[in-house]
Design a protein around this ligand. Structure first.
Ligand code: GLC
Length: 554
């Protein structure tokens, strides 16, 4: 075991602070709320907490629009609260991982306020400014990820600025060495505070290509910016400088958000010769919504595609490299709805996914609420949604000719707010999240789905997560689960996902029924293996109940 680093042995728990725990009655979660639950997080095996942005922000995109990289937003508390969190976490051997949003800042950041004044100020070149085309239109026909043109006109400068995401999130100009230095200084500021690592947001967009029109892909005459700018050659030079100036020499882990970097390209990005410790790989999330497509257009996907995506990333790290294993984060809907047919028991499905999360090779990333099986919500009106991309997608769906009812239905399923409803702690008012009015409604199922109730119930999703964590860290199969090789079995089976992890003369076999019906499979490979754990009682070799997951060991 000693070969593995600390972040390969523990789990990473993602906290969305706005929705985690309010301690002041404002209806918004805060940093002392995270400190309050450290023992709970430890009980899940957490070695690091990835905190989504807590910096000062106008909150157009809930903190991903930063107006000061070295401060704390007053709604979340103070710098002292942050220092307390880092220190209290350290006492429990938990590190705090900050989210670095360096592709763009807020349009209220002092750097941008200065940059937009005129074309000659000292920060004139800190963002990406271009003249209009001769007819006055935007420099290119790129569509921002949150919808609409990726260029916004600035009266003061008489130029357009580029924003990969919202208008309020102007892209920083990484070509300018002063910009890179300012960003690296900010990251080093947090290392000096004692943080244990970084999640690096939207990093594939920092290098811009030639500014040229693309072939329109929608009724608005625009083309998705991701197609035009992601992973532009030259990006790795910026990232190696980032590594040299910030990461090198520290016992930290880094995980890049890198949509579109394929498993084959992985060695350039992670490990000794790469830049980061790990990379989020999204192909298993994008089955039903291929990159660049709108939420309203659902694609039928097959379980074999999901299996192939997971297998490809496992194979890519077979010799070197390491992946985070994840099904949820603050940008996705709740996973049981995504991967299991409508009507599947959500608790059984949540446990089935957890079984995969903890038995694949890699570091499990658990997103708040996933460990108690929190489910999607469906707010009745578009105005009830807070998420900026939900509104962008709704508008785009209307443009595409959907009726308002149809458009609402699509965003209800896919909205990022599904994952952002307040954490469900107790059976009391507002699930114990706040004594005030929650910023986003609490899911109505909280009496049945909350930490308090599930901690008491040996059959709950929470108890199952705790059990999985014990198996992965101290149980009989711990060494296999952490270090064993991966092999997919029955790859053509359209209903069941089976994989083997093996080390020396022992192996585990994870078997999951992705349908909502009983199925059979050829269990010859199991020979004398014995069940280790599962989400249904008394598993039978060769047979699975709806959404049943079982791990055997020999
Ligand atoms: C990332 C974040 C997402 C945010 C976006 C813009 O994708 O995960 O929440 O909206 O970047 O910063």
């Amino acid at each position: 075991m000693s070969k593995l680093k600390w972040w390969q042995k523990s789990i990473v728990y993602q906290v969305y602070p706005k929705s985690f725990q309010d301690t002041t009655g404002t209806g918004v979660g805060d940093i002392p709320g995270v400190t309050r639950h450290l023992d709970y997080l430890k009980s899940l095996g957490t070695g690091a907490i990835w905190l989504t942005p807590v910096y000062p922000s106008p909150m157009v995109d809930n903190g991903y629009d930063i107006s000061d990289y070295c401060g704390i937003d007053p709604s979340y508390g103070t710098m002292e609260d942050m220092e307390t969190l880092i220190a209290e976490a350290k006492k429990r051997d938990i590190r705090i991982v900050m989210d670095l949003v360096f592709n763009h800042s807020s349009d209220q950041h002092p750097w941008f306020l200065e940059s937009k004044k005129d074309r000659t100020n000292p920060k004139a070149d800190w963002y990406i400014w271009r003249d209009a085309k001769p007819d006055g239109s935007a420099p290119t026909n790129w569509r921002a990820i949150f919808g609409g043109s990726a260029w916004t006109w600035c009266e003061e400068r008489q130029q357009y600025y580029l924003h990969t995401f919202a208008e309020a999130q102007p892209d920083l100009n990484w070509e300018n060495p002063e910009v890179r230095k300012a960003l690296f200084d900010a990251a080093n500021f947090w290392l000096d505070k004692g943080v244990g690592g970084f999640r690096i947001d939207a990093i594939v967009y920092i290098k811009k290509p030639e500014f040229a029109d693309g072939t329109p892909d929608g009724p608005d005459g625009l083309v998705g910016i991701h197609e035009m700018t992601a992973n532009t050659p030259g990006i790795l030079d910026f990232l190696h400088e980032f590594r040299r100036e910030v990461f090198d020499g520290h016992d930290i882990f880094t995980v890049g958000e890198a949509n579109g970097v394929s498993p084959e390209e992985l060695p350039q990005w992670v490990g000794e010769d790469g830049v980061f410790s790990m990379l989020f790989e999204f192909s298993h999330l994008e089955l039903a919504y291929p990159e660049g497509e709108i939420w309203c257009k659902r694609f039928p996907w097959k379980i074999t595609q999901l299996k192939q995506a997971l297998t490809a990333s496992q194979k890519a790290t077979a010799k070197e490299g390491w992946y985070p294993i994840f099904f949820e984060n603050h940008d996705q809907n709740r996973s049981m709805h995504r991967y299991f047919p409508e009507g599947t028991d959500p608790k059984t499905a949540a446990k089935a996914l957890a079984t995969i999360l903890y038995t694949l090779r890699g570091t499990p990333f658990v997103y708040e609420g996933e460990e108690i099986g929190m489910t999607n919500v469906a707010f009745p009106h578009i105005e009830d949604y807070n998420d900026i991309s939900t509104h962008g997608q709704y508008e785009y769906a209307l443009k595409k000719g959907f009726t308002p009812e149809e458009a609402l239905k699509c965003v209800q399923f896919q909205s990022r707010d599904n994952a952002r409803t307040p954490m469900q702690w107790t059976c009391e008012t507002n699930a114990g999240f706040t004594t005030g009015k929650p910023w986003l409604p609490v899911h109505e199922d909280f009496m049945d789905c909350c930490v308090e109730a599930e901690a008491e119930d040996g059959d709950s999703v929470l108890s199952y997560y705790r059990r999985l964590n014990r198996e992965r860290t101290t149980g009989a199969a711990a060494e296999i689960l952490q270090q064993g090789t991966y092999e997919e079995l029955l790859p053509d089976d359209e209903r069941v996902y089976v994989f083997e992890r093996s080390l020396d003369d022992h192996a585990t076999y994870t078997i999951v029924n992705f349908t909502n019906e009983p199925v059979t499979y050829d269990a010859g490979f199991l020979k004398d293996a014995k069940p280790l754990l599962g989400n249904c009682k008394n598993p039978e070799k060769g047979k699975l109940r709806p959404a049943e997951a079982v791990v055997y060991m020999d």
